[in-house]
Design a protein around this ligand. Sequence first.
Ligand SMILES: [Zn+2]
Length: 154
Amino acid sequence: MLNKDQIYTLLSGIPDPEIPVITIDELGILRSVEITNDGCEVTITPTYTGCPAMQMIEDQIKEILHANGIDQVKIKTTYSPAWTTDWLSPEAKEKLKQYGISPPLSSLDTVSFIQCPRCNSFNTEVISDFGSTACKALYRCNDCKEAFDYFKGI
Ligand SMILES: [Zn+2]
């Protein structure tokens, strides 16, 4: 049986289903791992309520643990404290940008200052509140005329 830290390390490598360059650990979705009498309990916090990717993440967590001999896996979803973009490390934000997604600003910022990931212009406008997935909004840059996804989180 693996210990808590080993399990956490295993799970921390799971990529986000929607943004494969970033892991669920870097996103702040993976919160904690506890060993229980017959297996383990994993606590996750969705980036926002009803994010469709969460089911895929849960399935992946179970799959990896089952493959490592842990049959009893309980996934606990907690909304308290609520996920915030502040949980993203600067490295994670940089990875999002490299991937062509405008990284979320701190939770205190407003959506009127969304930066274009291509030319860094702040002269952008929202096209749709829902981009390629519900976790993202579609924006267009008025300078380079490119459309891009903004990862809005909550
Ligand atoms: Zn631009």
